[in-house]
Design a protein around this ligand. Structure first.
Ligand code: UDP
Ligand code: MG
Length: 323
């Protein structure tokens, strides 16, 4: 019988763990009813190096609930790596990554499973309404996806997060992608397969605070662009060509003008403009090449994407006893 694994990356979410389970259980039960008797679900939490009581609470929850498992990373590796760890260790025929803060409503799982039963291998959940996110997050996300999709070789759907259903076949492909600069949304789109989409309304965060800082989001955005595109690298040959052509035209004009009107006063302004513009363009192109090169260096080191402090099967000796 078919099984579903719910994968939940968590980082300092001690308040949200039980809330999440309580909210998810009824929805998951309805999803299982769609599949038929004997269908099962399990919850795999990924503790992304939390410094609060998250690991202790997960330990207790996993003892109380046979369908709850968790693994711990040795430090905070970030959501993308945590999610990769969860997907690697999930056992279900379908895997559903979901945020613990209930911003991804568990009810959507029912719609996802319906599409899965109908034959879809990847079911995207699209946020039809993001009014719960701040205007800056919405505005920046929108601009980012516009840019990304213009540059990328394959479309990455706007307003679709990591929340989605992945069939076992898709999961096996994802597991083989060992990229260090992880941008899951890009990978999930790159793999292809039969894709369906369900719409939902993004809820406000239920407990705790967002773990994203502007800097982290910026890094994720650069990772997303460099992981999905090569266009920013190629564009410099065209810009270089265009600038060279303009320079030649200007040179020709200078020759003609000198012949017509004689030697000019020194062209301080035009030289400054040309030098500064070329310097700026050089640095910009070097910087972009550097972004890609840095990631190449990271891939060459071949380090694992994450380090496990605890595998899902283990029982930690120092976890508190449940009486
Ligand atoms: N998260 C994680 N590691 C991190 C940051 C976040 O595992 O370094 C988890 C977090 O616990 C939550 C999910 O990723 O389950 C989404 O995080 P958050 O709600 O803070 O992001 P937002 O909804 O603001 O984009
Ligand atoms: Mg959130």
């Amino acid at each position: 019988m078919r099984t579903i694994s719910i994968v939940i990356p968590v980082y300092n979410e001690q308040e949200g763990l039980s809330l999440f389970l309580d909210a998810a259980r009824p929805a998951v039960a309805r999803a299982l009813a769609l599949i038929g008797p004997g269908a099962r679900a399990d919850y795999l939490f990924v503790d992304d190096g939390s410094s609060d009581r998250t690991a202790d609470i997960l330990s207790i929850l996993s003892r109380l609930n046979p369908d709850v498992r968790y693994l711990s990373l040795s430090r905070n590796f970030g959501k993308e790596a945590a999610l990769a760890a969860g997907i690697d260790h999930a056992t279900g025929d379908a895997v559903i990554p979901i945020d613990v803060d209930l911003q991804d409503p568990p009810d959507v799982i029912v719609d996802m499973v319906r599409e899965w039963q109908a034959g879809a291998q990847v079911v995207n959940a699209r946020r039809a309404d993001r009014s719960s996110d701040g205007w800056f997050k919405r505005w920046s996300a929108r601009g980012f996806y516009r840019l990304l999709n213009r540059l990328s070789d394959y479309p990455i759907p706007e307003n679709v997060g990591d929340f989605r259903l992945l069939d076992r076949q898709a999961v096996e492909v994802i597991k083989q992608l060992g990229e260090q600069a992880r941008f899951n949304k890009g990978l999930f789109s790159w793999i292809g397969f039969r894709v369906a989409t369900v719409d939902y309304v993004r809820a406000p965060r239920e407990a705790g605070v967002t773990k994203w800082r502007l800097g982290k989001l910026w890094s994720l955005a650069i990772d997303g662009i460099t992981a999905s595109t090569t266009m920013p690298l190629r564009i410099w040959s065209y810009i270089g060509g265009a600038v060279a052509l303009m320079a030649m035209a200007y040179a020709a004009w200078l020759v003609v003008r000198t012949m017509l009107t004689g030697v000019d006063v020194p062209g301080y302004a035009s030289i400054m403009v040309a030098v500064l513009m070329m310097g700026g363009l050089n640095l910009l192109s070097l910087g972009i090449i550097g972004e890609y090169l840095g990631r190449v260096a990271r891939e060459v080191r071949q380090r694992p994407l994450y380090v496990l402090a605890r595998a899902p099967e283990e029982v930690m000796p120092d976890t508190p006893e449940v009486k």
